[in-house]
Design a binder for this molecule. Sequence first.
Ligand code: FE2
Length: 284
Amino acid sequence: MGRTRCTGSPSRRTSWGGTRPHVEGAGAGKCEGRCPPVVLDWGSWNALEMEMGRLLLPTEPDADAHDDGPLTGLSRRTVLRAAAGGLLLPAVGLAWAQSPLSRPTSEDALGPFYPEGHAPDSDADLTSAPGRSGKAMGTLLYLSGRVLDRRGMPLAGVQMDIWQANAVGRYAHSGDDSSAPLDPAFLGFARLKTDAEGRYALKTIKPGEYGRRTPHIHFEVRGAASRLVTQMYFEGERRNESDGLLNAGSAAGRATKMARWIEPSGHHEKDALVAHWDVVLAFG
Ligand SMILES: [Fe+2]
C-alpha cells in the first residue's frame, strides 16, 4: 500500500511552550516521515495538557518531590505514573522531564490593602509622591530583578503592580486602621513593566512591620499566560520564622519569595539597602 501525505493540521505551539504534534483526524491519511510517530486525538491531547498544567501549577509540590534534579518541584513518581498510563508521549515526556526547569515563584495572599483611590506611580520611584513635596521617611531600598519563565528566559513587557506599607507599617488604604502614622510623601503603589531583558527596578523605602507580619512587599505580576499574586520578603528579619503567610508552604516555596541582600555600590546613597529578587512565572 502506498504512503499518503499528511493531511492534518500543522504543528501548533502549546500553552506550556512545547510543540503540539499533528493530530490525525477521522478519515485523514497517514503521515510521512516528518510527522511524529505517535498520534493523539484532541480529547487525549486536551487531557495531557490538563495534566501537564496541573503538574506545572505554581503550587506546592507533591510530598515526594525532589528539588535537586531536573524534575524540580515535581514528583518523579507522578511523571512516571502518567507516562506508564500512556498519558505522556515518550518523546515529549522525556524532553520535558530532562529540561532544567526552575521552580515557579510561589503564590501568596493578595491581602486586604490593594491600592485604592490613587493611580500607581509609574516612574519606578516611590520615595516621593506625585504632586506632593518631601521625601518618604524610612530607609531607602533599591530593589531589582528579572521576570523569567521556567527555562530561565527573560519575559519582556510584563506588568508588575507593587504595593507596600510605609516605613512604620501603615498602608495608604482606608481599610488600614493602624494607629501608625501615614506618610504624606509615600503612597506605596507602583506599576512597572519589564524591559527587553525581563528586568525591573524600583526605588522605594523598606516597609515596616505591622501586626504579626514581617516586612514584605506585595506583587501582582501579569505575564502573557500567567498571573501571579505573591509577596516578597527580606532575609534576616526577626519575624521571618513566625510570619504565617511566609511559612505557609514548603521550604522550597518559601525560598522563591525571599529577596537577597546585595552590597550597595558607590552609586547608592549612604545607608541605602539594595536587594535582588527574580520572579519565575509558571507559564510565562
Ligand atoms: Fe501586606
